[in-house]
Design a protein around this ligand. Structure first.
Ligand code: ZN
Length: 317
């Protein structure tokens, strides 16, 4: 029995903008035809994934984090072993546009959200229709201009759109105005947080009412500068390529054509198969599968023909 590679039952989220591609593309047993998110690996109270394999079967990820810290770090990795499981990995199917939104920084969340984590996230575009766009960043030059455009209901003039293709990566730092537009499926790697401040929700009505906006918190959170988000295409050549790095996580695209190895060392790592099929240390895996490699293992051997997005927690120096 393999207790080094842990598989989890995903948690699905029914959302006003969701669709049915999580079933069509990945074969997931979604609960509705408006399923927007599949939380693949999460220890957040809003979707705490349950282990489904090995000796830890039946345990929540949050329980494993508390009861078995050795699964997550074996060394001096400072960001581990204390606090909460640091990452959250989800697949998003945006049939319709998500709200225009912003997430707080750690500092703001700590002071205004009962000590919660902020939310920096990174998107990897899994699939999209031709000429698809995401919203990332804004056109304003000052806090006053941001506030004025929001107050006057001119969000569309504030925001910037970015054209994307499958395989593109976009880093969304906390404080960046952003939104996923309809027609895009993406893998989101983020801090373990579920705090969103909505600015504009396309005046949609569900169950007789509009979803709540959080305009004042959003205005206090939006970065005035440093919002120059770009979609970066990621390499499709065989091998392991780092595609994002920040203090919260490192993210890699692994293109397996034959055999590749991935070394996480003294920390755990997460994996999501975006295309193809093969094996991880001999265990069969295919498109749509996700798993967690526990800390302190020998390099993971990946064989087959597949593309994998892997992540490790940030290593704060
Ligand atoms: Zn977001």
């Amino acid at each position: 029995m393999n207790n080094n590679i842990l598989f989890f039952a995903p948690v699905f989220k029914d959302l006003i903008w969701g669709g049915d591609k999580l079933a069509k593309e990945y074969g997931y047993p979604i609960p509705s035809s408006t399923t927007g998110e599949c939380w693949e690996i999460s220890a957040h109270p809003h979707g705490d994934c349950t282990c489904i394999t090995g000796d830890y079967k039946g345990k929540k990820l949050s329980e494993l984090w508390l009861e078995h810290p050795e699964l997550f770090t074996t060394g001096q990795s400072k960001s581990n072993a204390t606090g909460e499981f640091p990452l959250l990995l989800k697949v998003i199917d945006a049939k319709d546009n998500l709200s225009v939104q912003v997430h707080p920084t750690d500092e703001y969340a700590r002071d205004h959200e009962n000590g919660a984590s902020g939310k920096t996230e990174c998107w990897y575009v899994l699939d999209c229709e031709p000429d698809s766009e995401l919203i990332a960043g804004h056109n304003a030059h000052s806090r006053e201009e941001i506030n004025r455009l929001i107050d006057e209901g001119r969000t569309c003039e504030l925001i910037r759109t970015v054209k994307v293709n499958p395989g593109d990566c976009l880093f969304i730092k906390a404080g960046t105005v952003h939104s996923i537009k309809g027609g895009v499926m993406l893998l989101e790697l983020q801090q373990n947080s579920d705090i969103t401040y909505r600015i504009y929700d396309y005046d949609r009505i569900r169950d007789g009412k509009k979803r709540e906006l959080h305009t004042e918190k959003a205005k206090a959170t939006i970065n005035v500068e440093g919002d120059d988000c770009k979609a970066v295409s990621t390499p499709d050549t065989p091998g392991t390529h780092k595609i994002a790095s920040c203090k919260y996580f490192d993210e890699y695209r692994i293109n397996v054509a034959g055999t590749e190895t991935f070394e996480a060392g003294d920390t755990f790592a997460t994996f999501f198969v975006t295309e193809g099929e093969g094996a991880a240390d001999g265990i069969s895996i295919k498109k749509g599968d996700s798993f967690l490699l526990t800390a302190g293992q020998a390099p993971l051997t990946l064989t087959g023909n597949m593309t994998i997005i892997a992540a490790t927690p940030g290593r704060e120096a």
